[in-house]
Design a protein around this ligand. Sequence first.
Ligand SMILES: NC(=O)c1ccc[n+]([C@@H]2O[C@H](COP(=O)([O-])OP(=O)(O)OC[C@H]3O[C@@H](n4cnc5c(N)ncnc54)[C@H](O)[C@@H]3O)[C@@H](O)[C@H]2O)c1
Length: 320
Amino acid sequence: MSSQKTTTVAIIGGGSIGVAFAVVFTRAGWNVRLYDPDAGRRERIADEVTTRLTQLSGFGLLAEAVEVLIDRLQVVETIADAVADADLVEECAPEQLAIKRELFRALDEAAPPQAILASASSAMTASSFAENLAGRHRCLVAHPGNPPYLIPLIELVPASFTSDEVVERARALFEHSGLRPILVRKEVEGFVFNRLQGALLREAYCLVRDGVARVDEIDTVVRDGLGLRWAVVGPFETVDLNTRGGIESHAKKMGPAYARMGAERGQHDPWTDELVASVASARRELLPIEHWEDRVAWRDRRLMALTRERSDAGLEESDH
Ligand SMILES: NC(=O)c1ccc[n+]([C@@H]2O[C@H](COP(=O)([O-])OP(=O)(O)OC[C@H]3O[C@@H](n4cnc5c(N)ncnc54)[C@H](O)[C@@H]3O)[C@@H](O)[C@H]2O)c1
């Protein structure tokens, strides 16, 4: 990336995610060209971006004035105008295969050869909508959390035909925009984020159906329990730190119960000794066992800071 030239991004589709990306990219100092086929939407986009930027500014989360940022946004009427000199195109149209296929065909024709063509798709792979394009080497999925100006994680999901150079350039660009890219190593429907979310949601629906817990009670269990913890450590680090002896000790104690719970739902993916050993070995590389106590203390300090923050925001008292 040249240090002189300002990055230009084209956003294709100005609904929830397109507008949120406009916030991310104007905040990063980039020129943003946003296209939406719906004239009514086009009229509302600048106001919606301004509102969100103003809210961020109110929380002290912007380094520049809202007027400076909004000046970087141009809402345009054609795809050609959006992509004209784009370094990156982020497609944010509805999650329908026919729409993505047609859009990627049009984007590959209209965008400059160096432009990366990324899709915000929540579950569809680049193989399913870009396989037959001349420029397929520059196509991939870049799937954000919603809204990306508050949830920094973005999944980069290349197809087998996406070039490594494009993946690396996409990673550098998204990092520069303030997001945290992770590379999804194989194309699977739903990628990692929505597969994990899906596992939890499937069980949540079953628990409601079976009368085990009400909808609000399940949200409370996640908000005040699992989710609070996951704001600090992920599921593997959680069990590694919760059980003296780490992953292997946890899998020994709890593995059979989790296997029965999975079988009850028709899922038969036992944690074999080999699989547990490979997860344990990855964890020990990240956290040598002699630092285990320190990390537990670190986790607790992070949770203390979060607890104070939630208390300041009144979240401890509010049920909704
Ligand atoms: N909403 C989320 O939580 C979320 C999170 C991550 C990824 N995504 C993905 O982002 C994409 C957009 O989702 P969204 O929630 O913003 O949808 P949305 O319905 O809010 O917005 C879609 C926008 O695309 C426009 N559009 C329709 N046809 C188009 C076309 N042919 N070309 C360009 N634009 C077109 C619509 O006018 C609308 O403004 C989807 O692929 C979705 O799966 C959504």
